[in-house]
Each structure stands twice: as structure tokens, then as C-alpha cells.
Design a binder for this molecule. Structure first.
Ligand code: ATP
Length: 536
């Protein structure tokens, strides 16, 4: 896995997974854009979730509700009143922080002169319609869940579902986070994959337990390892006001062990809150009186002939945090063969010179300088193992302003190319690109046209992305595909054309495996079946 966030940020930018948002205008804090590979990875993650939770289950339906909702939704859901974080200001440098994420000291200037925490509502307010009437506003949804609750009756009536059943949704959510940070971990615009699973009161605890197990198993199925995943049972005093129990699934991100998904038992709070005639419903949860709702969000139980308000189990996962976990878990810098000492020596010297001029440079802000030196120190202590990380080091803030950076890069690149590789060990079904078809010689028209036709044929048969690449020598092309996690490379060479020593190899290609780097010969006519099997 990745050791530092820098490794991921650098790879993501360099290879087109994730870019900082609005960069040409100096950026917009808390926003990121997914590039050509990032969108494929993210779509694959969402599809894997949808497949497991909607298609493969017999007790689930999907919806896609509007982001904009009647503002009353957010009054009765409790968000207007309670969706707040405690905020403090630093009296020295005027920066603002989330009080529960700092330990009594300003992370910017280290001052301990902070204001008292005060509540800050995280919802983005937005005007609805052309008339600037103070009442014509709503919020960008801070979670997708409410779109499911207000559609409970629609889904029930249109599908004739019986309890227990669930509704799943994937979509954007927006939170005006006080301090967005840690790359795509905490952002102001993100996506959620949420399930509201409706059960009979009394059966909620068993279902809650079952969902925690299901969700852990699903994260394992997309490639996270058990030792990096930790269920955390919230203590009674940590629970949200509506929750009877919550289990957070924590993941060991490069910046620490933090929440990837929350699985809450929300009782009958949500359906009860959005219902009229609440007094007649026998609610267990304490809800605010609702004078606007036009319906009772209840379920008629055909067995007991009674109307009940179902309890809700909510597994709520962040798509972006999922993408970050996948990247982090898959990331590896591997030595292909040991680099000899005489090749490492000049690199070591160039790194030393670079770090010296970093520490002498007064133009680099203190925080950036500290990060650069710490990362440089880490690398130089285990240079033989960590050499590829220099690329990440050179893309950290402040690094590019150092004159000797170019010299260091010049020393590092050839050694890395020869002895190392960066790999993303994605499970095949999540890899942005499943297969790359490569010509051994790009100036041989027959090799090129055979390679291109293999790509076209494979692409037309499967719902997976397959690319053709001839932008370098074959060794370089393999490394590039390793670095973006492509599980299979197919190489077309002279043997394929029947022009090699062994004419029996005509109409076969080399299939090279990303993880083992092993190569085998496969007939072109069998490629499709071969790949389909390996992709399972
Ligand atoms: P945190 O305590 O980290 O702020 P939360 O407990 O407020 O998260 P929930 O309200 O439970 O988060 O939201 C469900 C999921 O949505 C989280 O587990 C997370 O994966 C994702 N999520 C929440 N806020 C953000 C954010 N600002 N950026 C990215 N993902 C987020």
C-alpha cells in the first residue's frame, strides 16, 4: 500500500486519475476533478456496488432522486437545526478550523489563542427560481438519504415490496466543510453510495449486524485487505441523536485510520419525521411535530393487518473515500531487480544537494518546507527501496522552485526506469483499463494493423475498456500500464505474423500479466475466452 498521500496525489495527477479542481484559476478548495482514468475507476467502483447491492439481491430497488429538494425536507430531517460542526477561529492568523479536528492549537501558526467553538451549518444554501424572494431557497443535499425517505411510498406502491426491503442510491452530496483536507478524503462536493434498508421494528438489531458483515465482505471483494479495515462501534455518547447504534468501517488511509463508511440503525426516526399525523403512528423515535407533510410514510403489514413505521438500517459509504482506499491499497513501488551501489551513489548525492538547497531556501513556506524535508529524509534512509518516491517528492509544493530539482530528476529517472516499477494492483474488475494492446514495432505497418484490429475486436465484445498504445518501446509501455493498474498487456510481434523463428507461433500473441510479470503465448482466436475467464 501507499506510505504517504504524496505518492497517490502525484501519481493521480501525472497519469490522469484526479486533478485539483479549477486549477487555471488558482483552484477551489475542497474540489477535485476526475480525469480519464479516474472516471473509469470511479465508475467501476460504483458499478461493483450497484451490482452487489441491487442486481444480485432479491430485496432491493434502486432510485436516482433529485439533488435539489423542497427546503422543508431539511427542516424535518433535522439538518437545518443539527447538521453542524463546531468551528473555532485562530485569533492570531484568523484561520478557521473544525474544533474537534485540532488539539487546542492552530495548525497554521501554532497559536493557542482560539475562540470558543460555535456551531457552523454545513449545508450550501442556494436560491431557487428567478425571483430574489427570501423564501425561495433550498440547499444542495448534504446526503442522498433524504431522497430515499421521501420516495419510500412511491417505491412501495410501484413495486409492491414486502418488508424487509431496501432502496439504494448513488449520487452527489455537498457539504461546506470548514477545513477540507487529505486529498479526496474530505471534500466539499463528493458522491455517496447509500442504502436505506427497511425492517420490522424488533428485527432491526439482527439486520444491523448482518449489514455490517455484508459491507465488510463487499469491501474485501473490491480488494481492500482485512488488516486495513476496522469496524468501530460508536459509544452511546458518540451516537447521532436519531441513531440507536452505529458501526463505522474505518480504513487505514495514508493519513490515518478514518471512516470509510457508516452503518447506522436509525430506528423509525426518518419515516416518522417526514409523516403527517405522527401521534397516530406509535413512533419509538422522538421527532419534531410535522405540520407540512401530506402523507404517512407507513407500511401495511398483511400478516398483522396493521400499519407500521419500519425501522431503517443505513449503510452509507463515500465513493471518493472508496476510490482513495482502492488507490492506496493497490499502490506499490517494486524493485524489478536490485540496483547496484554504483548506480545509486550519484542519485544519493543529487538528493543530498537537493535537500540542502530546500533547507536553505527562504521562499518556500515553512509548512511545505517541513513536509519536503521529512519526505526527503524518509526516502534517503531507504533509498534502494524508495527511489521511485522521488518523483512524488519532486511534485510536492515548493520542490519545483529549487534549481537542482532538474538535476535530481535527471539522475533518478533512468535508474527508476531500469530497476523499479510503480504498480497499482487493482482487482481486474476495478482496473480503469482491462487490456492494453501493444505493437512490438510501431514502424511495422503489419504489426500495427494486427494490433489495432485485435483491440477493435476485443473492445466490441465486452463491457470493458481496451486501449492501443504505441508511444514507446515495449519495456516502457509495460511500465506505463503497470502504473495505471492494467491487468493484461497483449503484444503483437514478428512471431504473430509468422515471420519469427518458430512459425508455429503464427496468429498468437504474448499476454503479459501485471502482478507476476509472467508472459504466455495465446492464440488470437482464443483471446476473448481467455480474458473473460481471467477477468472473473
Ligand atoms: P466525517 O465524520 O468523516 O465528517 P460523517 O460521519 O459526517 O464523516 P456521514 O454523514 O456518515 O459522514 O456520511 C457517510 C459517508 O459519506 C462517510 O462515511 C464518508 O465516506 C462520506 N463523506 C462524508 N463527508 C464527506 C466529505 N466531506 N468528503 C468525502 N466523503 C465524505
Amino acid at each position: 500500500p501507499a506510505q504517504t498521500m504524496e505518492q497517490l496525489v502525484s501519481l493521480c495527477k501525472r497519469r490522469g486519475f484526479i486533478f485539483p479542481g479549477s486549477a487555471v484559476y488558482g483552484g477551489l478548495q475542497g474540489t477535485y476533478d476526475y480525469g480519464p482514468l479516474g472516471v473509469e475507476l470511479k465508475n467501476n467502483l460504483k458499478l461493483a456496488w450497484w451490482r452487489a447491492n441491487v442486481w444480485e439481491r432479491e430485496d432491493m430497488e434502486g432510485i436516482d432522486a433529485a439533488i435539489l429538494m423542497n427546503k422543508l425536507t431539511w427542516r424535518y430531517s433535522g439538518h437545518e437545526e443539527t447538521f453542524v460542526d463546531p468551528m473555532v477561529d485562530c485569533k492570531q492568523c484568523k484561520m478557521r478550523w473544525r474544533a474537534d479536528q485540532i488539539s487546542g492549537k492552530c495548525p497554521n501558526c501554532a497559536s493557542t489563542e482560539l475562540t470558543e467553538p460555535r456551531p457552523f451549518n454545513l449545508m450550501f444554501k442556494t436560491q431557487i427560481g428567478p425571483v430574489p424572494d427570501p423564501e425561495s431557497f433550498s440547499y444542495l443535499r448534504p446526503e442522498t438519504a433524504q431522497g430515499i425517505f421521501v420516495n419510500f411510498k412511491h417505491v412501495l406502491d410501484s413495486t409492491s415490496r414486502k418488508l424487509p426491503f431496501g432502496i439504494a442510491q448513488i449520487g452527489k452530496a455537498f457539504r461546506n466543510e470548514i477545513t477540507p483536507r487529505n486529498f479526496i478524503f474530505r471534500v466539499r462536493e463528493f458522491e455517496q453510495m447509500e442504502i436505506e434498508f427497511f425492517v420490522r421494528p424488533g428485527e432491526d438489531e439482527g439486520w444491523h449486524k448482518k449489514w455490517v458483515e455484508d459491507r465488510i465482505n463487499w469491501w474485501l471483494s473490491v480488494g481492500l485487505s482485512r488488516q486495513n479495515l476496522e469496524p468501530y462501534h460508536q459509544k452511546p455518547e458518540e451516537l447521532a441523536h436519531y441513531a440507536k447504534a452505529t458501526v463505522d468501517l474505518l480504513y487505514r488511509f495514508p493519513h490515518g485510520l478514518e471512516e470509510l463508511e457508516g452503518i447506522a440503525n436509525r430506528t423509525d426516526y426518518d419515516l416518522g419525521s417526514h409523516s403527517k399525523d405522527q401521534g397516530s403512528l406509535g413512533l419509538r423515535a422522538r421527532v419534531s411535530p410535522n405540520s407540512h407533510s401530506t402523507d404517512k410514510l407507513t407500511y401495511f403489514d398483511p400478516e398483522t393487518k396493521q400499519h407500521v413505521v419500519p425501522f431503517v438500517i443505513e449503510p452509507s459509504a463515500g465513493v471518493d473515500r472508496g476510490v482513495l482506499a482502492l488507490l492506496s491499497e493497490a499502490y506499490a513501488e517494486e524493485q524489478v531487480k536490485p540496483a547496484p551501489a554504483d548506480r545509486l551513489k550519484p542519485v544519493e548525492e543529487a538528493l543530498g544537494t537537493f535537500l540542502k538547497s530546500v533547507s536553505r531556501n527562504d521562499k518556500i513556506p515553512a509548512q511545505a518546507k517541513e513536509a519536503l524535508l521529512a519526505e526527503g529524509e524518509r526516502i534517503s534512509q531507504a533509498l534502494g527501496e524508495r527511489l521511485p518516491s522521488v518523483t512524488g517528492l519532486l511534485s510536492m509544493p515548493g520542490a519545483e522552485s529549487i534549481e537542482v530539482a532538474k538535476k535530481l530528476r535527471g539522475q533518478v529517472d533512468p535508474v527508476v526506469d531500469e530497476f523499479y516499477r510503480t504498480v497499482l494492483h487493482f482487482k481486474p474488475h476495478l482496473a480503469p483499463i482491462k487490456v492494453a494492446v501493444l505493437p512490438l514495432k510501431k514502424n511495422n505497418p503489419e504489426i500495427v494493423s494486427t494490433a489495432k484490429s485485435i483491440r477493435r475486436k476485443l473492445q466490441s465484445t465486452g463491457a470493458m475498456r481496451i486501449v492501443y498504445d504505441d508511444t514507446g518501446a515495449i519495456g516502457k509501455l509495460y511500465r506505463r500500464q503497470d502504473e495505471i493498474g492494467t491487468p493484461f498487456c497483449i503484444t503483437v510481434d514478428f512471431d504473430t505474423l509468422g515471420e519469427g523463428k518458430d512459425t508455429a507461433l503464427k496468429d498468437t500473441v504474448t499476454v503479459r500479466h501485471r502482478d507476476s510479470m509472467a508472459q504466455e503465448r495465446v492464440a488470437i482466436s482464443e483471446l476473448e475466452t481467455y480474458l473473460r475467464e481471467k477477468m472473473q
